[in-house]
Design a protein around this ligand. Structure first.
Ligand code: BT5
Length: 269
């Protein structure tokens, strides 16, 4: 189990697992950090190459979107951020966060036969509970993405009681979803390999393929939903994902709206 490894052993395991993953060029494997996104952003601003990975065993101030807290206890999950210099237009930058979500869903199915799904914009869910969240922070100029820092938190080994009480009804871990022993290093390797393939697909202009992948795994397609947290709130049916990653919601009168920012809450039918 990872908690039995000392720091050196854990760092070695990370390096061995990622040695042949094409998307990875540099690895910063840390015992603890406030937020891997903050650490990676500083590296990116100082010229870190694409493929720089920052991973920590524990985060003391893991962040979600809108500065919400991301619980990142020591050794119970994968907490990491990846620096990218994606060759895509600024218009498609909103699709970057979909790639790791798709990759995780597909890898969970391949390795553990777990059925997980994507939830707009960037969550991964199992049985209506969150197992992973993604935080994208891009620097874009008028035309293209200068760099992007994509942070991902994946709950791996938590038992129910490891979550704070308020999260227990809506958070779960991969180990709770399979009788097989979860190997976090193997999962990370497969995930980053597939993520690299998907990035290549996006950079090749095959954005429709990314959208189709995400929609195939979406847990709330054609379901009633409430989008909140952004500039406006909207209730309706989630009917589609636009080519730039916006949620398309239809209300009872058949009016459709594109929403770029926010959070989706599933409503019971
Ligand atoms: C996210 O935000 O889901 C993005 C989370 C990204 C975390 C990674 S870890 C590595 C990198 N470094 C960072 O500092 N962050 C990234 P959001 O959609 O805003 O969801 C946040 C909400 O999820 C919180 O308000 C809680 O309700 C819930 N939450 C917090 N910790 C959780 C956990 N471990 N598992 C499931 N839900 C959690």
């Amino acid at each position: 189990m990872p908690e039995l490894l000392n720091l050196k052993q854990w760092q070695n395991q990370v390096r061995i697992a990622l040695a042949h993953v094409p998307i990875i060029t540099r690895i910063h494997a840390l015992e603890a950090v406030n937020s891997t996104n903050d650490y990676a952003r500083k590296l990116a601003q100082n010229g870190a190459p694409a493929g720089t990975l920052v991973i920590a065993r524990e985060q003391s101030a893991g962040r979600g979107r809108l500065d919400r807290i991301w619980e990142s206890p020591a050794n119970l999950g994968l907490w990491f951020s990846l620096v990218l210099h994606p060759k895509i237009s600024a218009q498609h930058s909103g699709l970057l966060g979909f790639l790791p979500a798709i990759a995780l869903v597909e890898v969970l199915h391949q390795i553990y036969q777990i059925t997980a799904g994507t939830k707009w914009p960037n969550d991964v869910w199992i049985n209506r509970k969150k197992i992973a969240g993604i935080l994208c922070e891009s620097q874009v100029n008028a035309r293209q993405v200068v760099f992007a820092v994509i942070g991902m938190g994946i709950n791996i080994y938590q038992k129910l009681e490891d979550f704070p009480e308020f999260l227990r009804p809506r958070a779960t871990s991969i180990q709770q979803s399979t009788p097989l022993r979860v190997d976090a290093f193997e999962l990370l390797k497969q995930l980053l390999t597939l993520w690299g393939d998907l990035l290549w697909t996006l950079e090749s202009g095959l954005t429709a393929m990314i959208i189709e992948h995400w929609k195939k795994h979406c847990v709330h397609m054609q379901q009633p939903i409430w989008i909140t947290g952004g500039p406006e709130q909207f209730r309706g049916k989630f009917v589609d994902l636009s080519p730039d990653g916006a949620a398309i919601i239809e209300n009872d009168h058949g009016e459709r709206k594109r929403i770029f920012v926010g959070e989706s809450i599933l409503l019971e039918e």
